[in-house]
Write a protein that binds this ligand. Structure first.
Ligand SMILES: NC(=O)c1ccc[n+]([C@@H]2O[C@H](COP(=O)([O-])OP(=O)(O)OC[C@H]3O[C@@H](n4cnc5c(N)ncnc54)[C@H](O)[C@@H]3O)[C@@H](O)[C@H]2O)c1
Length: 258
């Protein structure tokens, strides 16, 4: 391919249709808005009602917006989500598996119930949604799946035996699905955010000592702002990253190198 053929349009998502699970809060909202700013229509499956805030932000970008109140772990929900997205927006080009939870407790209090809940949201739902999306992406010979991993896809981590386990699992799933789907021109990558100010990190931030310990570990010397993830999201969802596959892109202000 001639290098002259490269254009900034490679970053455009104009006319693409995207799903972001949990896309109306925290990091999910920034992924959704980034995709909308690059031209994609959005479909948001969520259990939370944000009273139209995300809808307003997305529609202000002049793209389509559809939402669905749904628990992504319910039997049959992933199939219904993908099929409703295709029926309402007209297709599925980008899937961002962002919905996730972190139940934290002492090891001796963290039992099977907490474990199963985290596995079903953080890992099984991402698998099932990707499985259902791939049924449309394979015949169209294109697609982007972005799994929201974590620094705990690489590290251990106290206070939740299941968080690092599910996020390591999600990184492994990213690589296996890449290996299977690359032949169909589908790219499956992960984003590993560092520490960001959202609901999921509230407990860490509320303890001044823990919060300072985190900060001391970040070369950028600040917590991440949700906006810090938006360029990465557009890149991994666009033509510009078609030869990036099976990669977990860390966006952490340098945390992992210290
Ligand atoms: N905030 C951080 O510092 C950070 C760092 C690394 C990774 N992450 C990951 O980013 C992702 C988004 O987290 P966040 O920080 O925005 O927190 P958040 O709590 O604001 O977002 C989680 C979202 O998941 C949705 N969700 C949870 N269970 C669901 C279910 N059963 N069905 C449908 N939706 C469900 C919630 O409604 C919410 O919208 C998570 O996967 C998290 O592990 C966050």
């Amino acid at each position: 391919m001639q290098i002259q053929n490269f254009t900034m349009d490679f970053f455009s998502l104009k006319g693409k249709n995207a799903i972001v699970t949990g896309g109306n809060t925290g990091l999910g909202r920034s992924f959704a808005l980034a995709l909308a700013k690059a031209g994609a229509n959005l479909f948001i499956p969520t259990i939370l009602d944000d009273e139209g805030t995300t809808k307003g932000l997305i529609e202000a970008e002049g793209v389509g917006y559809e939402a669905m109140q749904v628990d992504i772990t319910e039997q049959g929900a992933p199939k219904k989500i993908i099929e409703t997205c295709v029926a309402t927006l007209g297709g599925i080009d980008i899937l961002v598996n962002s919905a996730g939870i972190c139940i934290s407790d002492e090891v001796e209090n963290f039992g099977r119930e907490q474990w199963d809940k985290m596995v079903s949201i953080n890992l099984t739902a991402a698998f099932e949604l990707s499985f259902e999306a791939s049924k449309f992406m394979i015949p169209q010979k294109s697609g982007k799946i972005i799994n929201i991993c974590s620094l705990f896809s690489f590290l251990g981590g106290q206070w939740s035996p299941a968080y690092a386990s599910t996020k390591h699992g999600l990184a492994g799933f990213t690589k296996t699905y890449c290996d299977e789907l690359a032949q169909h021109n589908i790219q499956v990558n992960g984003i590993a955010p560092g520490y960001y100010k959202t609901a999921i990190t509230e407990k860490t931030r509320s303890d001044p000592e823990t919060s300072q310990r985190v900060l001391d570990h970040i070369p950028a010397n600040r917590w991440g702002e949700t906006m810090d993830l938006m360029g990465t999201t557009i890149f991994l969802a666009s033509r510009a990253s078609d030869y990036v596959n099976g990669h977990i892109l860390v966006v952490d202000g340098g945390y992992l190198v210290r």
